[in-house]
Structures are given as C-alpha cells and as structure tokens.
Write a protein that binds this ligand. Structure first.
Ligand code: SAM
Length: 287
C-alpha cells in the first residue's frame, strides 16, 4: 500500500502521472500521519456505514476511511488525479472514485445507488477552502440522510461555522449551521501538516445533523432572509440591517423587536436562535 503521508511517495506517484498541484482547486494534501486516522476516529464512522468523501486528492484520507467504512464514494473534480487514485487506492475494493464536481452532482441518486445497504451515511473531507461554506450549506440544505459531516476547514472558517449563536463570533452562517446541526470544533491542524503548506492553519470540525431543525419557523425561507438581513451590517444594530435588508420601515422593525421581547438596539450577534425565531415570526405577521 502507498504511504501517502511520505512526501517522496506523493511526488513520485504524481510525477509518474504527470500531475502537478493545482492552487486554484485548493490542493493542499495532508502529510501528517496522525491526522487522517484521527479524522476517521472522531467522525464516528463504523464498519456498517457509507462515506461520501469530497476531494480525495491523492487518496491519503480515502485510504483511512476505506479501512473502516463499508463503502466509500470519493468525488474528485480534477480529472488528472483520477489515474493517480486508481493507482493509490488499488488495494481497496470498497472505494469508488468519481470524476465530478460535488456542487453539480446528483447526490440523492448517488446515495441511492451506493449506500442502500449502509446503516449511516457520513461526509468526510479535507475540503477545498475556496468553496467550504457553499459545500457545507449545500449538504445541510439538501435533506439527504447524512448522519454527520466531519471536515477539515480553514481555522477561521471553522470558528465562524461552529460559533455559538448569540456569541461575538456568530454570523448568519453560524445560525444556519446550528439550525441544521450540532457543531463542534474537534482539533487544530497546523499549516505544516500539508503539502504544499498553505499560509493559514486549519481545524477539523464535526456537524452532527439534527433529525429535525432546531426550530420550526412558519416560513423557513423568510426566517433565513431575516437572519441574513439582521447580520448584514455587523457594526450596526440588527434593526438597521433588518430595515434595509427586508425593505421595512424602522418603526415596524422596532415593533417586531418589542413584541418578541427584545431590545430595539440589540445587535444580531447577541441574539440566540430562539430569539431570531421569535423575531422572524413577528416580522412574518407584518409582511
Ligand atoms: N483529501 C486530500 C487530502 O486531504 O490530502 C485532498 C484535499 S485538497 C484540500 C481538496 C481536493 O478537492 C483537491 O483534490 C481538489 O482537486 C478537490 N476539489 C476541489 N473542488 C472540488 C469540487 N468542486 N468537487 C470535488 N472535488 C473538488
């Protein structure tokens, strides 16, 4: 089996296939031998589970997932890496590599075709950082039967995604993540753990998908437009952002805030999910 945390092995297998690293596709491969086993361990994946991996690269994380899971489907956008992966993953009969863009893939069809016999389905990845939040939001909003999403992300992105709603670091994306899942920051991964080494540090986060969302708004789309508007002007009060974002008069916004039992000067970052919910229900009645 290829030792894909060994720099010379990676270089050799890539050069054999005439492949170089693509910065544009966020290709920073894990070379710390402790990281991939730890991701798989903390993901909670079992021998009866299926795993969707996004962006296998040369297959370093894929190998570790394949040692544990029943079935792995790995989606890799870079066509040049497909023959590399055929080589590095040849010892694993439970892995399918598909040359595809995760954002353009029929995931319900893929799940149906590949994971029918699996107890739980996980997503595990060292995500391409240029597209972290869109991938995570697409997965959370997809309604797919995903048990948990365990992913490596840029440290600052992880902190924002996992921020407690109602705390300083929270943003609209933290509310959305909390709506669909219970988020935890698992462990820090320094930049030296990758080849080539990026100029940012990383962390692994785990989003355990809720069976039902944290709250039950009358109109989910409207709730998220309220959240987006409330957080749109970070240095100002929530009322400012809500008024311009929703196109509603300030006095109406003040009335809704008061009816929801909130201070009219409150900042969005102070609001909990339940408070945003109460506010959105009040605003919904006034539309
Ligand atoms: N899993 C490998 C590792 O940990 O060493 C590689 C991770 S690297 C950060 C991200 C990988 O995602 C790259 O192989 C890149 O080509 C791939 N990728 C980028 N955009 C993608 C997309 N939209 N869909 C699928 N794969 C993508």
């Amino acid at each position: 089996m290829y030792n894909l945390t060994d720099i010379n092995t990676i270089k050799r297998v890539m050069s054999r296939h005439g492949v170089t690293f693509s910065k544009a596709l966020g290709q920073n491969f894990i070379i710390d031998p402790e990281v991939c086993p730890e991701i798989v361990r903390q993901s909670g994946v079992t021998e009866e589970d299926g795993v969707l991996e996004i962006g296998p690269g040369v297959g370093v994380l894929t190998q570790e997932i394949a040692k544990k899971a029943k079935k792995v489907v790995a989606l890799e956008l870079d066509t040049r890496l497909i023959p590399v992966l055929a080589d590095t993953l040849e010892d694993f009969s439970n892995v399918d590599v598909i040359n595809a863009d995760v954002m353009k893939t029929d995931l319900p069809g893929l799940f149906e075709e590949n994971f029918k016999d699996c107890i739980n389905i996980h997503v595990i990845a060292n995500l391409p950082y240029y597209i972290t939040s869109p991938i995570i939001m697409m997965l959370l909003e997809s309604n797919l039967p995903i048990k948990a999403i365990t992913v490596m992300v840029q440290k600052e992105a992880g902190e924002r995604l996992c921020a407690r709603v109602g705390s300083r670091d929270a943003g609209a994306v933290s509310v959305a993540v909390n709506y669909y899942s219970v988020a935890e920051e698992l462990f820090f991964v320094p930049r030296e753990s990758f080849m080539p080494s990026p100029n940012v540090d990383s962390e692994v986060i785990k989003l355990s998908v809720r069976e039902t969302p944290a709250i039950n708004p009358t109109d989910e789309k409207f709730f998220f437009s309220v959240v987006k508007a409330a957080f749109s002007q970070r240095r100002k009060t929530a009322a400012n952002g809500l008024s311009s974002g929703l196109g509603m008069a300030k006095n109406k916004i003040f009335e809704a805030l008061t009816n929801a039992g909130l201070d009219t000067n409150v900042r969005a970052e102070k609001l909990t999910t339940e408070e945003l919910f109460a506010l959105s229900e009040e605003l919904y009645k006034m539309r």
